[in-house]
Design a protein around this ligand. Structure first.
Ligand SMILES: *[C@@H]1O[C@H](CO)[C@@H](O)[C@H](O)[C@H]1NC(C)=O
Ligand SMILES: *[C@@H]1O[C@H](CO)[C@@H](O)[C@H](O)[C@H]1NC(C)=O
Ligand SMILES: *[C@@H]1O[C@H](CO)[C@@H](O)[C@H](O)[C@H]1NC(C)=O
Length: 340
């Protein structure tokens, strides 16, 4: 009898425990509505808007932070922001991975967290940094896409407690083969078409010359440009990327439609059809068997067609980690760049 009761007591504890952990795992829209931080979405939007006015490149920076954070270890857990692990001598954080070279805007996430804390009467343990990133990326999309309302994005993420540079090596590179990129995305649950759609974030992106200048000057050791690059674009890019050492760090827009540099639109795909893709890993999407069937339809479709698909993919990206960073694996970081 005793044994039996103990068994049921244990079962009851397990059931309660499971409910607690699933409760933390479930993301939902307006997660913070019944907390002291019910204005978090308003606060983040106002601050992103303000920053965008003085520096429109913040939008692409926020999308990149969101993608790099979520994709690296398959978890949107703000691990990208961590400057130092608890055991710094043995574990290098994600931000030091070569794939995260030149990432910008991390300070802005720290700033957003401060503003959020101030707006919820000083409480720093309510809104996660991972959620702030997801909200800020959402607002960056809305700010750059004409006539789009901010899409609803679920919140309730937890912040991770470790950050491992090795996890970030899976991020795609500008010279990587498309089949490799597609297989990495497949592991994270994305189809080839979704991978292509997410690369549409490059519609507002920039790149340093060093990530593609072989295409301008010495393609595959030929001492000649990549013959698939549109000659108009070649001449234009060579003005900024002069092949000097200094110019390797200069930046150009990935969407070569100069009237939509800071506009989230389908013109990135039109540029690919005109062979004006800047990165090798962008241009090859036009010809790779797994993606080529989707590029022209996106370029020829409506803006809403692309944006609907893009926003859906952005939301899906935001779900990474919602079942893994739960319970004691996560917490709410007080300062986004510093572990509690
Ligand atoms: C959350 O709160 C906002 C503002 O108070 C409100 O507009 C929104 O409808 C609420 N959302 C949900 C799902 O309750
Ligand atoms: C370039 O961008 C502008 C502004 O978004 C757009 O109207 C135009 O159609 C785009 N051009 C191409 C070729 O995509
Ligand atoms: C190169 O760009 C021009 C417009 O700038 C376009 O008319 C032409 O078709 C493009 N060439 C190729 C090979 O796509």
């Amino acid at each position: 009898m005793m044994k039996r009761n103990r068994y049921f007591a244990l079962l009851a504890i397990l059931v309660i425990f499971q409910q607690v952990t699933t409760a933390t795992a479930a993301l939902k829209v307006a997660f913070y509505n019944n907390t002291a931080c019910q204005n978090v979405e308003k606060t983040v939007r106002a601050e992103v808007q303000k920053r965008f006015q003085s520096d429109p490149s913040i939008a692409a920076q926020l999308l990149r932070i969101y993608f790099h954070d979520c994709f690296a270890d398959g978890q949107c857990d703000a691990s990208l922001l961590i400057k130092k692990n608890k055991n710094p001598s043995t574990l290098k954080p994600e931000i030091l991975a070569s794939t995260n070279l030149g990432i910008r805007g991390l300070d802005f996430i720290d700033f957003l967290k401060q503003q959020v804390v101030a707006a919820c009467v000083g409480q720093a343990n309510i809104v996660s940094c991972a959620d702030i990133i997801a909200l800020a990326a959402r607002d960056a999309v809305a700010l750059t896409a004409p006539n789009r309302r901010p899409y609803a994005i679920a919140t309730g993420r937890l912040d991770g407690k470790v950050s491992n540079a090795a996890n970030a090596e899976t991020l795609p590179g500008s010279r990587q083969r498309i089949p490799d990129i597609i297989s990495r995305f497949a592991k994270a649950g994305f189809s080839a078409q979704e991978t292509l759609i997410l690369s549409g974030a490059h519609t507002i992106g920039q790149s340093r010359c060093k990530f593609f200048d072989d295409r301008l000057y010495n393609w595959r050791g030929t001492r000649a440009p990549d013959p698939t690059l549109n000659t108009t674009t070649l001449a234009f890019l060579r003005k900024t990327c002069t092949n000097s050492v200094a110019s390797k760090e200069s930046r150009v827009f990935l969407d070569q439609n100069t009237s939509s540099s800071f506009v989230s639109d389908k013109s990135y795909f039109s540029m690919l059809t005109q062979h004006k893709g800047v990165l090798e890993s962008d241009q090859k999407l036009l010809t790779d068997p797994s993606t080529k069937g989707f590029v022209k339809p996106l370029a020829d479709g409506t803006e809403a067609n692309f944006m609907n698909k893009f926003e859906t993919a952005m939301k899906k990206l935001g779900n990474l980690g919602s079942t893994t960073v739960v319970g004691s694996k996560g917490d709410i970081r007080k300062v986004c760049s510093v572990l509690n």
